[in-house]
Structures are given as C-alpha cells and as structure tokens.
Design a protein around this ligand. Structure first.
Ligand code: PEP
Ligand code: MG
Length: 352
C-alpha cells in the first residue's frame, strides 16, 4: 500500500472502530442487518465483542477434533462450548456441527483417502454414518445450550432426508438427556447451511422443516461452478459474483422469507463489499464475517441505500458473467453512492 493510501485506510479504520458498537442500519434508515461473526475457537469469541459483533453466525467446531490423536470426550466438548457461549453472554450464537472430510482429515476416524474428497464422505454425510460421534456432539451442544442463546446448524446438506435424519438424531440426544435428568434448552433453533446447489434449489422445502438458513457461499460457489476452492490451478474460475451463484443466493433468501424463517450469509461473500450491497438488495437478515471485518461491514451497510441496493441486485442476477456483475456494481457505485462508499470500494477494486 502506498503511504497516502495507508494513511487514508488507517483514518477510515479508526472511524469504523469508533462506530463498531452501533447497529448496522442502511443510509436511508429502511433496513437493519445483523452483523455477526465467524469463529473457530475461544480466542475468536473474545474478538467478537471487541469488534462490535452482535453474535456469532458460524461457530466452526472442527478445532475440537483436529490436531489430536483421540476423539474429544463429551465432557471436554461441553467445557469448550460453554466457555465460548459464556463469552457471548446471551447474544445469538450458531454452532455448526462437525464439518470434516473434504480437505480436513481426522486420522483417528479412519478416513480413507478419497479421489474426490469434496464430493465424498464429508460433514453431515460422515456424521450421519457415525451416530455415536454425531450424537456425542449434539449432546455436548445441548448440554452447553443452557449457558447461551444457542442454535445448531448442519453443514453440507444436499437432501431433505439428511436434514430429517439429523433432526431425528437430535431428538434422540434430547430424549437421552431427559431420561438422565440433564437440562438443556428445549427451544434450541435448528438451521441448515445452504452450500450445495441442491440445497439452494430446495431451499423452500428445507426452510419448511427448520428455523433458519445460512448460506455458505464458499462451498456453494465451489459446487455451483465445479471449481475446487483450494486448487490454485483453477483459482481464477472461482468467483462468488458469478450470476449462477447469485441466482442461487437470491432463490435461497426468497425461499426463507416465503417460509417465514430468517436467513444469513456466513461465507466470504458477506466479507466482500460488493457482496454486501447485493445481499442488502436481496434482503438478507444477517451477515457473518471474521471478527476483524465487523466494523467495516457495518460501515458499508451504513453507506448504502436499500432502494439502490435492490435495484443493483435485481439487475445483477440477470447478467451473464461475473465480470458484468462487477462492472455493474462499480458503475452504480460511482454514480449513486456516497464518497465514503466510493473510497471503501476503491480499495476493493485494486484487490481484484
Ligand atoms: C462456506 O462454505 O461458505 C462456509 C462458511 O463453510 P466453510 O468455509 O467452513 O466450508
Ligand atoms: Mg462450507
């Protein structure tokens, strides 16, 4: 970064940090989006409050299972969850059940090397095949649910049956705890991550059987465009602004609202300033980003008018390429957005 840019960036950052605690209401006062955090452990949870997060939209629980040689005990899990839940002190917190497989290997689970790990034994598929492991985690989340405003969410759902089976195992875990006289939050909400094109296309049906949806744009982009998200050779083909991805995101948001459930974005799309405008235009309820990005995300939301965002989003989904979407967004930004927004997006433009 050049010296002038760095000074400007630092001044903006300071201004954003000052307002980090305030809600994220659009410039016209017409819409408030919840800005929450993606976390992966106790240290991140502390940062959520520091940066003005209104809760947690994605608590990745893999840290409990990785880099060790045996399965964590339920007691150990409850202790870890409880610490995170207590730090959040009653703010809403979405815990995602185990998302291993794919690129995350866990040696003690005896996972085989797969030719196509991202299309293989991953996340909810693995959990449904190992009810002891899955129910153990659900019991731990339930036990700790007494210490926070906790919701549970299932990753990588591709079929309605997967959601039904996961909910059945959750009910079994609850029944066991009741029998043992152990308390938990009976009202804990259940959500589905929309990370596969199949889930996005069936968002209406999924929303009918759960309390919320959360869009994982990283996997949704990977599976929609058939581009391995971790493969450098095809990295230039990975673009969450691709109209096919935008259409699935829009479809998901509309479906959730038609079914009367809330919908969030917890993939990187929500950390892209251009993505934030589109999400506001599509009416997203919640945006979840890494804790350090919360002040900037709030500041972007405050610089946008909902009518402009809606207009831009409805044009964007009709376009043919990601480049056209990007060009539309920049053109509109220069024409219709505040000076602040323009300086924010200028930084983003240089990154692309
Ligand atoms: C996603 O896929 O967008 C997501 C949030 O999950 P992860 O990045 O952990 O796969
Ligand atoms: Mg994912």
């Amino acid at each position: 970064m050049a010296r002038k840019e760095k000074t400007e960036w630092e001044a903006r950052r300071q201004a954003e940090l000052k307002e980090a605690e305030l809600p994220a209401i659009t410039r016209d006062g017409a819409f408030r989006a919840e800005v929450v955090a993606n976390i992966g452990g106790v240290e991140d949870a502390e940062q959520v409050l520091q940066f003005g997060g209104e809760g947690v939209g994605l608590f990745r629980t893999e840290f409990l299972y990785l880099e060790r040689s045996t399965m964590p005990s339920i007691v150990e899990q409850v202790r870890a969850y409880r610490r995170v839940f207590e730090i959040l002190d009653g703010r809403p917190l979405v815990v995602r059940t185990l998302d291993i497989g794919g690129d995350k290997d866990v040696p003690y689970l005896g996972m085989e090397k797969e030719p196509n790990p991202f299309l293989g034994w991953r996340a909810i598929r693995l959990c449904l095949d190992d009810p002891v492991l899955f129910k153990g985690q659900l019991r731990a989340i339930l036990r700790a649910s007494l210490h926070g405003n906790v919701k549970v969410m299932f990753p990588m759902i591709a079929t309605i049956e997967e959601l039904r089976r996961a909910k059945l195992l959750l009910e079994e875990a609850k029944k066991e705890l009741r029998k043992e006289g152990k308390g938990f939050n009976e009202q804990m909400e259940v959500g589905v991550m929309i990370e596969t094109p199949s889930a996005a296309l069936l968002a209406q049906q999924l929303a009918r059987e759960c309390n919320f949806l959360s869009i994982g744009s990283n996997d949704l982009t990977q599976y929609t465009l058939a581009v391995d998200r971790g493969n450098k050779l095809v990295a230039k083909l990975f673009d969450h602004l691709h109209p096919a991805v935008l259409q699935l995101i829009k479809k998901t948001i509309d479906a959730a609202h038609q079914q009367g459930v809330w919908v969030g974005m917890c993939g990187e799309f929500g950390a892209d300033p251009l993505g934030i405008i589109l999400l506001l235009g599509m009416g997203i309820d919640e945006i979840s980003v890494v804790p350090g990005m919360i002040p900037e995300a709030k500041s972007i939301i405050r610089s946008v008018d909902t009518t402009v965002a809606r207009d831009v989003a409805s044009q964007a989904v009709e376009l043919s390429t990601a480049l056209e979407v990007e060009r539309l967004l920049y053109r509109e930004l220069h024409r219709r957005f505040s000076k602040l927004a323009q300086s924010l997006f200028a930084v983003e433009a240089r990154k692309r």
